[in-house]
Design a protein around this ligand. Structure first.
Ligand code: PDD
Length: 273
């Protein structure tokens, strides 16, 4: 079915309440990247919202969609919601499930940003308190993303009580005194799949990791700052509001980690033709 032919029922609870869960997955060289990790996070989000959809069918459906599309470089979007015969806030006892899986070709648009680094703005983290759930209710993230865009910036860095939590659609890391500082995943911070990949790469390269709260007041002492997300991979942040990070170019650890990331992709998926 074409995406333009998909119809959402009016009583879908994703449509009514923004109640639903989703994943964005990268396909490299025709292979699903870290599919097991995405499936585990999907299952965990479903469990948290008591959506009793059996996610075990998702990998097969993704593979089928991928085969039909014949795409080699792509993003997969998976969204699961439920619907009932009536609108009420409490969960339906015997819901129907709507599972949307679609693929879009991905001709990596971020190569330039990885080389030059990106500008960001700080923005108040006005999201709810369960950001560990990858929920479709993203209006606060959209407001933050738009605040960055309206200032010609790539991303908003979300701040709550002086703490940097993450970006509007990315995880945020700093390098301070040669150590990688990263806010631990919690109910305030999504456990990013790219983030866990970066942590693995650091361990393999003996880069010290300090999982601790990242403060806005840490920014002046940060030699490097970068963001990670499935589509973006790893991108250096060279400016936060009016403040330049390090020497204003993506730092050596950011670059080293992105090279390692690409090597890892190449090893796992082989040739990307
Ligand atoms: N977003 N934090 C937030 C708030 C995010 O929305 C995302 C990803 C990440 C990075 O997670 P991962 O490394 O697993 O992609 C962190 C996706 C890509 C999106 O909403 O489109």
């Amino acid at each position: 079915m074409l995406l333009s032919e998909v119809r959402v029922p009016a009583l879908d609870r994703g449509y009514l309440f923004g109640e639903g869960i989703y994943e964005v997955i990268r396909v490299y060289g025709g292979k699903v990247w870290r599919g097991g990790d995405h499936l585990r996070r999907l299952a965990s989000s479903l469990k948290e919202l008591d959506i009793q959809f059996d996610s075990e069918c998702v990998p097969k459906r993704v593979e089928q969609t991928l085969l039909r599309s014949q795409l080699k470089e792509a993003l997969v979007y998976v969204q699961i919601t439920r619907q009932d015969r009536d609108r009420h806030h409490y969960y339906p006892s015997s819901p129907e499930f709507n599972c949307l899986i679609y693929l879009q070709p991905f001709d990596d648009p971020y190569e330039k940003e990885r080389q030059t680094g990106v500008h960001t703005v700080t923005y108040p983290d006005i999201r709810w308190s369960r950001n560990d759930i990858k929920a479709t209710s993203l209006v606060a993230n959209c407001m933050a993303a738009q605040a960055a865009r309206s200032k010609d910036c790539f991303e908003s860095i979300l701040v709550r009580d002086g703490l940097i939590t993450e970006g509007s659609h990315s995880s945020v890391f700093a390098v301070i005194d040669g150590q990688l500082v990263v806010p631990p995943s919690s109910s305030a911070v999504l456990p990013g799949i790219t983030k866990s990949q970066v942590l693995e790469l650091c361990k393999a390269r003996s880069i010290n990791i300090l999982e601790r709260q990242l403060l806005v007041s840490d920014l002046p002492s940060a030699d490097e700052l970068f963001l990670t997300a499935t589509p973006e991979e790893i991108i250096g942040i060279i400016k936060v509001d009016e403040q330049t990070v390090g020497n204003g170019t993506p730092g050596p650890i950011t670059q080293q980690l992105h090279e390692a990331f690409q090597q890892n992709v190449a090893q796992i998926v082989g040739s990307r033709v």
